[in-house]
Write a protein that binds this ligand. Structure first.
Ligand code: FES
Ligand SMILES: [Fe+2]
Length: 476
């Protein structure tokens, strides 16, 4: 029986997924559904809280906010990052706001109580004014929050009993270890306040099926708008441009070297101008230096040779600069070329040659969310820019947005409104390329139903990874 025909067992969740390819629309605006997510999902999941270059020195800290919770993420030393709930143990004042540096510890702005970076209370003004029970050192320790590091980021989890980070984010983590994402640094960081449910913002990046209409400039040359079967045949999860070239070769198509190189460079340039990290101008410059190559007429051979030269050029540049970049040949051989990858519940990485983009989406209310977007590159040691600071959220139509996210954002407010339309009961997903949307919604239902970590862990690992996924069996 096809997975889409499988009626999912009823879960005690309002507006539950009953088919993996249909998403009931109230999940994007219903206040009770949102309240259940706040209570049952967010307190149990690993969340990317900050990039480590935000806190390079001991005492550097950032505040990570999720719903009504505020967490201090602080660097203690080169290898240690700690996280604390942001509340003075005296009368609850938040100890920090946004970010800063306090190598000698935190001081409460109300009555001046102090804590060291290890969370221990170091000063209490006139302790004899307090009953012994209210100045017990163990009780005055800042309340710790789980924090683990991966991929150049600190992740926090409000659940003390959650499985370790790494287990919860495979195969996403192993995939990006080969890409050496830990050596990427922030080149720029922008954010948007979007008038849409947080899940809607995420789903705009879970399939490439929207590229034809939303980003027409990114369609390969020669493919007409709306031509039948193009998307599934050429771009679904697990396919690659190499596979497309092999199909073209099998069909007897030939390429002319100069035109082929023009096309490759043009497509790199469009991505670069569309959003920097999606293909960095530094890598476009390497490609420009290869214009005089003579490539074979067979499209598969031409593509393989082109990539070999391009990868070698990028590697030679980075080696000369002393930059720790990934082995792009190995990445291609191992088939790890998916350009957009999701990490449940709210984080994306988009590695491309020597750079990457990254997204994080947080709920601000049933129909509002905060979208962070990083452009990431590698710098020679000692040439890294100063630590990035929190961007002021922009409107989705702000002219400062690069073209590609601007195109993505243009649909979202209209979609949020459309979901309220009478008679629009559910989204109808492709089971072949929009499967990730249905899969992660079903995983959310698992959290809302209160399933155990043992039951949720295989589902987490099934959901996180390359986008353009099939509808799949996540185990419940
Ligand atoms: S509330 Fe923090 S010292 Fe009093
Ligand atoms: Fe897009």
């Amino acid at each position: 029986m096809a997975i889409v025909d499988k009626v999912l067992p009823a879960l005690p969740v309002p507006y539950a997924m009953t088919r993996p390819d249909r998403v009931p629309s109230p999940r994007y605006y219903d206040a009770d559904f949102y309240a259940m997510e706040c209570e049952l999902l967010w307190p149990r999941v690993w969340q990317m809280a900050c990039r480590l270059e935000e806190i390079p020195k001991p005492g550097d800290f950032v505040e990570y906010e999720i719903l009504d919770q505020s967490i201090i993420v602080v660097r203690v030393d080169d290898s240690t990052v700690r996280a604390y709930h942001n509340a003075c143990r005296h009368r609850g004042v938040q100890l920090v706001a946004d970010r800063g540096s306090c190598p000698s510890g935190f001081t409460c702005p109300f009555h001046g109580w102090c804590w060291g970076l290890d969370g221990s209370n170091t000063f209490l003004y006139q302790p004899d004014l307090f009953d012994e029970g209210n100045r017990d050192p163990d009780d005055l320790m800042l309340r710790s929050c789980r924090v683990e590091l991966w991929g150049g980021c600190a992740f926090i989890n409000l659940d003390d009993d959650a499985p370790p980070l790494r287990e919860c984010i495979e195969p996403f983590a192993a995939f990006h270890d080969v890409w050496k994402v830990e050596s990427l640094r922030t080149e720029w960081w922008l954010s948007a306040r979007l008038p849409v449910n947080w899940k809607l913002a995420m789903e705009a990046f879970m399939e490439g099926y929207h590229v034809m209409e939303t980003h027409p400039q990114l369609m390969p040359a020669g493919i007409q708008r709306g031509s039948a079967s193009v998307y599934r045949q050429d771009f679904g999860r697990g396919t690659s441009s190499q596979a497309r070239m092999r199909r073209l070769a099998a069909a007897g198509t030939t390429v002319e070297s100069k035109a082929f190189i023009d096309m490759q460079i043009n497509s790199m340039r469009l991505l670069s101008e569309g959003m920097a990290g999606m293909t960095h101008a530094k890598d476009v410059a390497v490609a420009e230096g290869l214009r005089s190559l003579e490539l074979p007429a067979d499209p598969a051979l031409a593509s393989a040779q082109w990539l070999r030269h391009l990868y070698d050029g990028i590697a030679a540049r980075d080696k000369a600069l002393g930059v720790d970049s990934p082995d792009l040949h190995q990445i291609t051989e191992e088939g790890l070329t998916s350009s957009v990858n999701f990490c449940f519940p709210h984080y994306f990485l988009l590695p491309s040659f020597s750079s990457a983009s990254s997204y994080r989406i947080r709920p601000l209310g049933p129909e509002e969310c905060l979208f962070d977007l990083w452009s990431l590159v590698r710098y020679p040691a000692g040439e890294e820019p100063p630590p990035p600071t929190t961007p002021v959220p922009m409107a989705p139509d702000d002219p400062r947005w690069p073209p590609i996210p601007k195109q993505d954002f243009s649909n979202l407010p209209r979609q949020q409104k459309g979901l309220h339309a009478k008679g629009f009961e559910y989204m109808r997903l492709s089971d072949k390329v929009e499967g990730m949307v249905g899969n992660y919604h079903r995983l959310i239902d698992g959290y809302l139903a209160g399933f155990s970590d043992e039951k949720l862990l295989p589902a987490l690992q099934r959901v996180s990874g390359p986008i353009d996924d099939l509808v799949g069996d996540i185990g419940f």
